[in-house]
Design a protein around this ligand. Structure first.
Ligand code: BG6
Length: 490
């Protein structure tokens, strides 16, 4: 096995899917707080006004807000030397545009970061993991308004200055490319950019997320503003602490042509460019790639929003680190009858060679080695990190309380082998944070039943459960993997 001795091993969670305490200590509503749960067959729903009789999964989530000490101690027991978390923007600036930050929110993350430091765990902090304050959506139109760039940069400055000696690794926006995937566009635009059409904001009935209206021109403008916000943040972070390593974060939905037919191969290349390449190219290379302009022209996008001044900002704010989530791969086909797969905001055409999870996500460990090689080839001077990878599955608690999740171990083992092979191939991979080392709320479906953790949380989709934590078989397995620096995968 070839993992370097300082390889970062750990897990990743976002504030909105684990903290709960949605109105605690001054926090106000943010986007995920407005969403009800769904399941594989029923999409999540948006309601413009909080319904006190309904169950909102993010409102309590897994109550990490009150369990963080216990949870971080459990991560330390597994041997984590890195923990990816996000700061909930709305804990620091509850309305997004407040004059002064909320001290209670800042103090909460001081305590979380101190708990990490106690065990020698390096924090990797995402500044925005779908947690845009709701007021920014309704008052400013999310990132479609340039004013939101200033609000975000002010928030980033506040946390950079506060935690500059506690945090070295930062990510700007989680899965920044989700809105431009063209699939469930309205949902991605709301999660990622905080944009929603006026009519939808004031909907008089519960609105299923796939029905959210979606305007491509507005989406690309908002995404551009987010690139500018990210670049300004990277630049600012380096001024505050030159040792900061600041990365981007891409939802990498690796694609294969379904058939060797050149039509499919070309369709695959073109989709891959806009789905997976576009945002990373801008954030790593500091400029819009040429293929994007053809896409804009062919789709009637007026790209005059890319000003000369912004071009300079993008060039000056390139990232130090490329990070990505990797769950599944999909195919691309020009055959309109090709069978589709399931996914959250990321899906495509079924690959006949792959098995899928209970939620229909295709499992492809070899694809991770392929992806890492392709990324290194594309960005040869940028270190890479896999910051999300995992299996959402139903777990069963035995009478004696044990949870035998061999299927999860079977998922991780070949993915870790694939990373090792990629390192042998020469890929500068510096770390790996599995998704949901502790069970949490699913972003796609809002379910608890879709469990990712090595640690089980007693909390269920009907709102029952006492939030107690217990170790699954995979807990002991991952501990062994980390202890042996990826050598013992049995
Ligand atoms: C990624 C997101 O898309 O996938 C996470 O960054 C999300 O927030 C994860 O939880 C897994 O998806 P899901 O829909 O199973 O929660």
């Amino acid at each position: 096995m070839s993992f370097p001795k300082d390889f970062l091993w750990g897990g990743a969670v976002p504030a909105n899917q684990c903290e709960g305490g949605y109105l605690e200590d001054g926090k106000k509503l943010s986007v995920p707080d407005m969403l009800l749960g769904g399941d594989l067959h029923t999409p999540r729903t948006f309601l413009p006004v909080i319904d006190d009789t309904a169950f909102y999964p993010s409102h309590e989530a897994i109550d990490f807000y009150h369990h963080y000490k216990e949870d971080i101690a459990l991560f330390a027991k597994m041997g984590f030397n890195v923990f990816r978390l996000s700061i909930n923007w709305g804990r620091i600036f509850p309305n997004g545009d407040d004059e002064q930050p909320n001290e209670a929110g800042l103090a909460f993350y001081d305590a979380v970061l101190d708990a990490c430091a106690k065990y020698g765990i390096t924090p990797l902090v995402t500044l925005c993991h779908y947690e845009i304050p709701w007021n920014i959506v309704t008052k400013y139109g999310g990132f479609s308004n340039r004013k939101t760039i200033d609000l975000f940069v002010k928030y980033a400055r506040t946390v950079f200055e506060r935690y500059k000696d506690k945090v070295k690794y930062w990510l700007t926006f989680n899965e920044i490319n989700i809105p431009c995937r063209g699939l469930h566009g309205g949902q991605g635009a709301l999660y990622g950019l905080g944009i929603m059409e006026e009519e939808d904001i004031h909907s008089t009935h519960p609105l299923p997320l796939p029905e959210l209206q979606y305007d491509q021109q507005r989406m690309f403008e908002a995404l551009h503003n987010q690139f500018v916000a990210s670049a300004l943040t990277v630049k600012l972070g380096h001024e505050i602490n030159p040792d900061f390593m600041i990365g981007n974060m891409i939802a990498h939905g690796t694609l294969y042509p379904l058939a060797p037919n050149p039509e499919d191969v070309m369709a695959c290349l073109k989709k891959d460019e806009m789905d997976n390449g576009f945002c990373g190219d801008i954030q790593v290379r500091g400029e819009y790639p040429s293929y994007a302009f053809r896409y804009f022209k062919e789709h009637g996008i007026d790209f005059s929003f890319i000003t000369e001044e912004d071009k300079v900002i993008l060039k000056e704010g390139t990232v130090d680190l490329y990070t990505f989530s990797y769950y599944q791969t999909n195919c691309v086909s020009t055959n309109p009858h090709a069978q589709k797969t399931a996914g959250n905001m990321n899906y495509g055409i079924k690959n006949p060679y792959l098995e899928a999870s209970d939620w229909g996500w295709q499992i492809d460990p070899q694809g991770l080695r392929y992806t890492l090689n392709k990324l290194h080839d594309r960005y040869p001077h940028t270190p890479l990190m896999v910051v999300e990878n995992g299996l959402g599955a139903f777990d069963t608690v035995e009478e004696d309380g044990s949870i035998h999740d061999q299927y999860r171990i079977d998922y991780f083992r070949p993915h870790i082998q694939a990373m090792s092979e990629a390192i042998e191939d020469g890929v500068p991979l510096i770390g790996y944070t599995t998704w949901g080392p502790i069970d949490l709320v699913s972003a796609g479906t809002g379910q608890y039943a879709k469990r990712y953790g090595f640690i089980y949380v007693d909390r269920h989709d009907d709102g029952t459960g006492d939030f107690s934590r217990s170790k699954k078989d995979s807990f002991y397995w991952y501990k062994k993997v980390i202890e042996s620096n990826g050598e013992d995968l049995d």
